[in-house]
Design a protein around this ligand. Structure first.
Ligand code: C2E
Ligand code: MG
Ligand code: MG
Ligand code: MG
Length: 279
């Protein structure tokens, strides 16, 4: 009987797996179609300087606008785009659009674009980004590339070489979702990031958990001693903002300051004060 149940268990698993594979295959076709019809759009979320209260830049966040089904969030299609290799084309569209839009923001400011690990490892990615910058006229220092820390997992020589080359171009590099992976601190010694983004799961626990507040304060201190800019993600409450400010955090992003939207909220403030510290 146990054997029978075991077998049935395996069959159930197989069926689920099969239907998941089918769904994935269907989605892949739909994503190809969406690329053909140009249905990917870019939303922008403001990044605010806490000291001045001014917007210093925006993060570009992709959405899929389906004519019948409305807006599809990235979590629902980025994983399939990644596993099918379509992320390269989707990502290139996002870069193109984001740089084009940012070039029109009157007073400058940065646009932060997320790149998947496969994109940052890809051959020719540096040349493609350089070409997009040239075509859109966006100065390299106004583009910030956000990569998850897992990009540096293992030896990752390609990722490192490409990040170095991008940095040499003048593009800024940010480590996204800091604190969600393993041995986060070790990655900081491997690559000179310009910015660290503290993951919103930390920010969410800020008011309830004194330990988390201590961790955040030490990340901010570390950032300062390494001359790395720190942005806290997912700031939703006044209390979180107050605590982050007290801990020395300079840049914040979250629903409290604005959700991602199709149009930018307000022009970016003039860049008379540098966003990053010297060093
Ligand atoms: P991420 O890069 O960490 O982006 C921040 C996410 O947090 C966004 O979700 C944003 O809408 C959400 N968020 C911002 N403020 C708040 C807040 O105060 N509270 C809460 N609960 N959430 C907040 P979104 O747009 O759904 O994107 C999810 C993830 O999808 C991104 O996480 C990023 O990893 C990925 N992604 C988005 N656009 C792209 C893209 O163009 N290319 C690639 N490769 N990945 C992308
Ligand atoms: Mg979302
Ligand atoms: Mg990001
Ligand atoms: Mg993030």
């Amino acid at each position: 009987r146990a054997k029978q149940e075991g077998r049935r268990g395996i069959r159930v698993f197989d069926t689920e797996l099969q239907s998941e594979v089918r769904r994935g295959a269907a989605l892949e076709q739909e994503l190809r179609e969406a690329l053909r019809k140009d249905e990917f759009v870019v939303f922008y979320q403001p990044q605010m300087d806490l000291a001045s209260g001014k917007i210093r830049g925006y993060e570009a966040l992709v959405r899929w606008e389906r004519p019948d089904a409305g807006i599809v969030q990235p979590m629902e299609f980025i994983p399939v785009a990644e596993s099918t290799g379509l992320i390269h084309e989707v990502g290139e569209r996002v870069l193109q659009r984001a740089c084009q839009d940012a070039a029109t923001w009157l007073d400058g400011g940065t646009v932060a674009v997320n790149l998947s690990p496969a994109q940052i490892r890809a051959e020719g990615v540096v040349e493609r980004i350089a070409r997009i910058l040239g075509e859109t006229g966006l100065p390299p220092e106004r583009l910030e590339i956000e990569v998850p820390e897992s990009v540096l997992l293992g030896q990752a020589p390609d990722a490192l070489a490409n990040l170095d080359a991008l940095k040499a171009l003048g593009v800024r590099i940010a480590m996204d979702d800091f604190g969600t992976g393993y041995s986060s601190l070790a990655y900081l010694t491997r690559f000179p990031f310009d910015k660290i983004k503290i993951d919103r799961s930390f920010v969410a626990q800020l008011s309830e958990d004194a330990g988390v507040a201590t961790i955040i304060a030490s990340i901010i201190g570390l950032g300062r001693s390494l001359s790395v800019d720190i942005t806290a993600e997912g700031v939703e409450t006044q209390e979180q903002m107050t605590m982050l400010r007290a801990a020395g955090c300079r840049t914040v992003q979250g629903f409290l300051f604005g959700a991602p939207s199709r149009e930018i909220k307000e022009p970016v403030a003039g860049s008379e004060e540098p966003v990053i510290q010297e060093g």
